[in-house]
Design a protein around this ligand. Structure first.
Ligand code: 13P
Ligand code: SF4
Length: 360
């Protein structure tokens, strides 16, 4: 329980949160709402008082995503918001590498993460020292690093990428450097999926997302048999065999756009569990079939610890200024690229399924 706060569902709280309740009432039970609404109202009041914004990733639970998030989206969208926000305080409702990215882009702001233990299996798969060794082994090749990495790793990087723009970044950097091979680390599966969409040869690291690596092609084929009319959308952190039998591959923002613009009758999102819960609130014409895996790191963030984070200004995320300055160059290069002309697409993935990567 959050300290120092009375969790009463008063008539004032009821009135202040009524519009939000109208939006989420098919997705949150009245009993849950009476517990969540007082915290949501208080967090929103504290944000105004302290000139704070909450950047919430698509994997936050709906009470956070719809209730208190000022900016919601994928890793790329949140990084762009961190760069342009003029709030004094950023509360990162996401994982630690996202908070570090915000601090790298906005060193003058206070960046808070409600639970310091919110890590990421990809970010912990590689260190800055590893990247220095990789650069010695492959001199003259550009290093593209997924944003799911620590500031130390970003500082050794030429350009960052997210799953929304990885193909574009790889092709851009290869053109700029005049090379036909690019190091793309640390997600092996993202690297394999990118390799199937480009002629550039990819050198990859064996990092994995513990949420997406668990999906198998057999899971997807079983779903297809049970729900023959459902559209299956998978995240590019999944194994390539999963994407090959899915209908679409894209970042969490790309999945969101797909559902909201194409309005499929039935959809399956092969990703973290909260994704479907959040999109379902807006996608009123779509039925969601929900096999999913929970990210234990994302789930460390709760309304209670967001409230405490704002009250106590905790936990502040800092990055050594010398490291941040080098990491900023890599993140800013990514942000400055124009949006991809063509989003990551399954048909391209399928067309080149024989393309392999060189594993470090
Ligand atoms: P995106 O939101 O960029 O698709 O990334 C998913 C993810 O796993 C972030 O941790
Ligand atoms: Fe990391 Fe995967 Fe969790 Fe995203 S979903 S934070 S990539 S472990």
């Amino acid at each position: 329980m959050a300290d120092g706060f009375q969790f009463a569902f008063t008539p004032e709280v009821d009135k202040a949160t009524q519009p939000l309740w109208e939006k989420v009432k098919g997705h949150i039970t009245p009993m849950e709402w009476r517990l969540q609404a007082p915290l949501i109202a208080e967090i929103n009041r504290l944000k105004r008082e302290k000139n704070a914004v909450i950047l919430a990733h698509n994997y936050m639970t709906p009470d956070i995503f719809h209730g208190v998030g000022d900016y919601v989206g994928d890793s790329l969208g949140l990084a762009k918001e961190a760069a342009k926000s003029d709030a004094k305080i950023i509360v990162q409702a996401g994982v630690h590498f996202m908070a570090e990215t915000s601090k790298i882009l906005s060193p003058e702001k206070t960046v808070l993460i409600p639970d310091l233990r919110a890590g990421c299996s990809l970010a912990s798969s590689i260190t800055g020292a590893d990247v220095r060794l990789i650069k010695q082994r492959y001199p003259g090749l550009p290093v593209v690093t997924y944003v799911n990495t620590t500031a130390d790793v970003k500082a050794e990087t030429d350009v960052c990428c997210t799953s929304a723009n990885a193909v574009q970044v790889v092709e851009h950097v290869a053109r700029e450097w005049g090379v036909d091979r690019v190091i793309l680390i640390p997600d092996e599966f993202l690297a394999r999926n990118v390799a199937r969409q480009t002629d550039i040869k990819i050198i990859a690291w064996q990092g994995r997302c513990e949420v997406h690596e668990r999906f198998t092609a057999a899971d997807i084929l079983e779903l297809k048999a049970a729900y023959p009319n459902a559209q299956i959308l998978a995240h590019p952190e999944c194994p390539a065999e999963v994407l090959e039998v899915s209908d679409f591959a894209g970042s969490t923002a790309a999945m969101n756009d797909y559902v909201l613009t194409r309005k499929p009758k039935q959809v399956v999102l092969i990703t973290e569990c909260s994704m479907a819960d959040n999109v379902a609130v807006d996608a009123i014409d779509t039925e969601f079939v929900r096999p999913c895996n929970l990210c234990p790191h994302m789930k460390r963030i709760t309304l209670e610890n967001i409230y405490e984070s704002l009250v106590h200004n905790r936990y502040e995320v800092t990055v050594d200024p010398a490291i941040a300055a080098r990491a900023r160059v890599a993140v800013q290069r990514m942000i400055d690229l124009p949006p991809p002309l063509v989003p990551a697409r399954y048909d391209l993935v399928k067309a080149r399924h024989h393309v392999d990567v060189e594993l470090i």
